[in-house]
Design a protein around this ligand. Structure first.
Ligand code: SF4
Length: 288
């Protein structure tokens, strides 16, 4: 890869007159030894899986094996059909789609880890709803996934993308940053704006702990994906409007690393703290 940081990513885009997605596609093909066409085709297949997961979550029974979660995406869509959503129709749809994919994950369905299974709802939630809304074709969405991938690559190499390592800020936070940056580029924003969206998004999840009830990726993971999709849209809108992350995005990534490293073990996917150790969380764990 020609970049290790988000700043370098923007510099490569500027010097090569390429988008983030184009840089990522070219560099990934070079690194894997495959052709860009082969890489593109593989990503297109991933996108089909994401779309199928959204569809499955909206139409099938997604009750998890534990019985704790399921069908919340369908509840949100049913409500949207009869009532004005407080966050507006588009954000509400993205939120429902993110819930749908997370519920498919919790019920052992097929998803794409973006960047992890726990945060697998956010990118499909944002992408699939935006595709329907703006009428984009699959090729455009695939380029968006390459953009998201470039952002995830930098975060993973400079901080963390898993809850066990850095808390939920690393998992759900990274997915929001990836979705936000990609949304900017999908909508015609510049690489610099996309990277500002990443910093804006990540700032809003710093410190978020990983505290899955019963150690299952269900509570609070699924709703955090729903919220995450809305936050990604908000960050993209701010960046497209010219709002900047005054603390450079690479520095925000470093803060995520610092906070994650300092996070106690009980808040890093062990279910020994946070929501998992509330009276109700403990009772659920006993009943499982
Ligand atoms: S709480 Fe933990 S397991 Fe659940 S989504 Fe966040 S990082 Fe993943």
């Amino acid at each position: 890869m020609r970049f290790r940081t988000l700043k370098q990513l923007v510099e490569v885009c500027t010097s090569s007159q390429m988008s983030i997605a184009e840089v990522m596609l070219a560099d990934q093909a070079k690194e894997s030894g495959k052709t860009p066409e082969q890489e593109f085709k593989k990503m297109l297949q991933y996108y089909q899986v994401m779309k199928s997961a959204v569809e499955k979550g909206l139409t099938e029974d997604t009750t998890s094996r534990s019985g704790l979660t399921g069908k919340d995406a369908q509840r949100v869509m049913s409500q949207l059909a009869v009532s004005e959503a407080s966050v507006g129709k588009e954000a509400c749809t993205a939120m429902a789609y993110a819930l749908a994919v997370s519920e498919v994950n919790a019920s052992m369905g097929r998803i794409i880890a973006t960047p992890t299974a726990g945060s697998s709802g956010i990118i499909p939630g944002v992408f699939v709803s935006a595709q329907q809304r703006f009428g984009w074709d699959d090729d455009h969405m695939v380029m968006g996934l390459f953009c998201a991938g470039a952002i995830g690559y930098v975060i993973a190499n400079n901080s963390f993308v898993s809850g066990a390592e850095g808390g939920c800020q690393a998992e759900v936070g990274s997915a929001i940053g990836m979705a936000a940056g990609a949304m900017v580029e999908l909508r015609g924003g510049t690489p610099a704006q996309a990277i500002h969206a990443v910093g804006l998004a990540l700032k809003n999840t710093l410190g978020l702990i990983c505290d899955p009830v019963g150690g299952l990726v269900e509570i609070p993971c699924i709703v955090r994906n729903g919220f995450g999709a809305v936050n990604a849209l908000a960050a993209a809108d701010m960046a497209l409007a010219g709002v900047r992350s005054v603390i450079p995005s690479d520095e925000v990534v470093q803060v995520m690393y610092e906070v994650g490293t300092a996070m106690p073990d009980k808040h890093r996917e062990t279910a020994k703290g946070g929501l998992a150790q509330t009276p109700t969380g403990k009772k659920i764990m006993e009943d499982l």
